[in-house]
Each structure stands twice: as structure tokens, then as C-alpha cells.
Write a protein that binds this ligand. Structure first.
Ligand SMILES: Nc1nc2c(ncn2[C@@H]2O[C@H](COP(=O)(O)OP(=O)(O)O)[C@@H](O)[C@H]2O)c(=O)[nH]1
Ligand SMILES: [Mg+2]
Length: 233
């Protein structure tokens, strides 16, 4: 296998195995978030160095809104009421050597099969090959809980030893009690996927939280998770 490719599922990912952040690099700055480029294929991705965190999830789950809330920008990542709109991978810089990535949404039924196949290939090649990938934020509408595709991605994370953080968003749509119960269900699902995934020792591969882009709740928690991934390599 080409050594540039992440080995899935047998390969064990070693943090820092990629090119890593440059020595003496400054910390990532959410306040400095800026659009870099949109890519519809691998050839147009920014060069695979530094550190990158990607947002994945169903169409309309709230990925772009989460990126906007996190960076305190109204429309850095475009948001849409029409599912299936984001067809490209969008890269955002957080100062030199750090990036956020908005991956195309999956699971939207009305999209033509040919397009779905293109997206699947694009996401798949991104996940398999991107050595600068430090962690995945899996954005899930709290009213829908984990989909089969979300679980497939979690399975891939386990195999590739890439940490994942499940962001249960749109929590403003549910009561506090129902949100908390959903979080517990998701934590149980994560535990079933990987017995070491839910613990508070800071070394677990999976974590989860409640979030709302509308209420701007859960931002501090999400920010802490991202900074941890960015700085621990
Ligand atoms: N109530 C509520 N709506 C949200 C939230 N986040 C996103 N939305 C809405 O959900 C729709 C899809 O959001 P978007 O960020 O474009 O989803 P994406 O397709 O995953 O990028 C938009 O109409 C957003 O306004 C949230 O936290 N609460
Ligand atoms: Mg989007």
C-alpha cells in the first residue's frame, strides 16, 4: 500500500506520525478563522501538513452552523435550509498550520445516486488519506440520535485510531431532561462500540456533548475538545 495512505483497518495511527505542526508554531486561533478553499476532489486539497479537524454528519445536521458558532462568525461556513447543498469539502484556516474542515453531508435521500457515490468516494478518500487529520467531530441532530452511517464512521475511527467527538446539536429543540437522556443513550452506544471509549481519563477515543448553535450553548466544551486534539500531537 502506498505509504501516503492511512492504513485502514489494520494500521495503528500514531499521533504525530503525519507531518505535524511546525516547531514553535503558534496555537490555533478560532478568532482568526478564514476560508481557504473548496475542493471537489483530492487533487485540490490544501497540502497535507499541520493539523486538521473535520466536521462530518448527515446533511442538515448542523455542521456549518456549528463551525460558525465555534468561530463566532455568522456565515464563514455557509448554512442552508435545503439539505444536500454542501457538495464540496471546505477548508478553513485557524492561523498557520491549523485547519477546520466542513465535509459534505451524507444520507440525504433526494440526491441523485451518482452524486451520492461521488460524495462517498470523496469522504472516503479524505478519511483514508489525510495524515494531518487529528480528530472528527460527528455532528448529529439530537432528535435523531446516531444513524447507521454515523456508526460506520465511528467504526472507521476505531480502526484508524482517530478520536471522534459526537456533537448532539439542535438541543434547543428538546427539553433539558430529554437532551440529557439522549446524551446518555449516545454514551451507551459509544461504549458498546468501544469499551474504552467513555471514560474521563482524557485518553478515550470517543466523547460526546450537547450543543446548540442557536442558543450558543456547548461552545466552550467543543472548543476545549478541539484545542486538546490540536495541541496533543
Ligand atoms: N434550532 C436549531 N437549528 C439549527 C441548529 N444548527 C443548525 N440549525 C438549522 O439546521 C439547518 C441546517 O444547518 P446547517 O448548519 O446548514 O447543516 P449542515 O448541512 O450539516 O451543514 C439550518 O436551517 C440551520 O439553521 C441548532 O443548534 N438549533
Ligand atoms: Mg453545511
Amino acid at each position: 500500500m502506498d505509504s501516503k495512505f492511512r492504513q485502514v483497518p489494520s494500521g495503528v495511527y500514531t499521533p504525530g506520525q503525519g507531518t505535524g505542526a511546525p516547531e514553535g508554531a503558534r496555537l490555533p486561533s478560532l478568532a482568526q478563522a478564514a476560508f481557504i478553499l473548496s475542493a471537489t476532489d483530492l487533487a485540490h486539497f490544501p497540502s497535507d501538513d499541520g493539523s486538521e479537524i473535520a466536521f462530518v454528519g448527515r446533511s442538515n445536521a448542523g455542521k456549518s452552523s456549528a463551525i460558525n458558532a465555534l468561530t463566532k462568525r455568522r456565515s464563514l461556513a455557509r448554512t442552508s435550509k435545503t439539505p444536500g447543498r454542501t457538495q464540496q469539502i471546505n477548508f478553513f484556516g485557524l492561523g498557520e498550520g491549523y485547519r477546520l474542515v466542513d465535509l459534505p453531508g451524507y444520507g440525504y435521500a433526494k440526491v441523485p445516486l451518482r452524486m451520492k457515490q461521488h460524495w462517498k468516494k470523496l469522504i472516503d478518500s479524505y478519511l483514508r488519506q489525510r495524515l494531518s487529520l487529528r480528530g472528527l467531530v460527528i455532528v448529529v441532530d439530537i432528535r435523531r440520535a446516531l444513524s447507521e452511517l454515523d456508526k460506520q464512521i465511528l467504526g472507521w475511527c476505531l480502526a484508524a485510531h482517530i478520536p471522534a467527538h459526537v456533537l448532539l446539536t439542535k438541543a434547543d429543540k428538546l427539553s433539558r431532561n430529554v437532551s440529557a437522556a439522549t446524551l446518555r443513550d449516545v454514551q451507551r452506544d459509544l461504549l458498546l462500540l468501544d469499551t474504552s471509549s467513555v471514560c474521563d481519563d482524557g485518553n478515550s477515543l470517543f466523547s460526546s456533548q450537547i450543543f446548540s448553535a442557536i442558543k450558543k450553548s456547548g461552545i466552550t466544551n467543543l472548543e476545549a475538545q478541539l484545542m486538546k486534539w490540536f495541541t496533543e500531537t
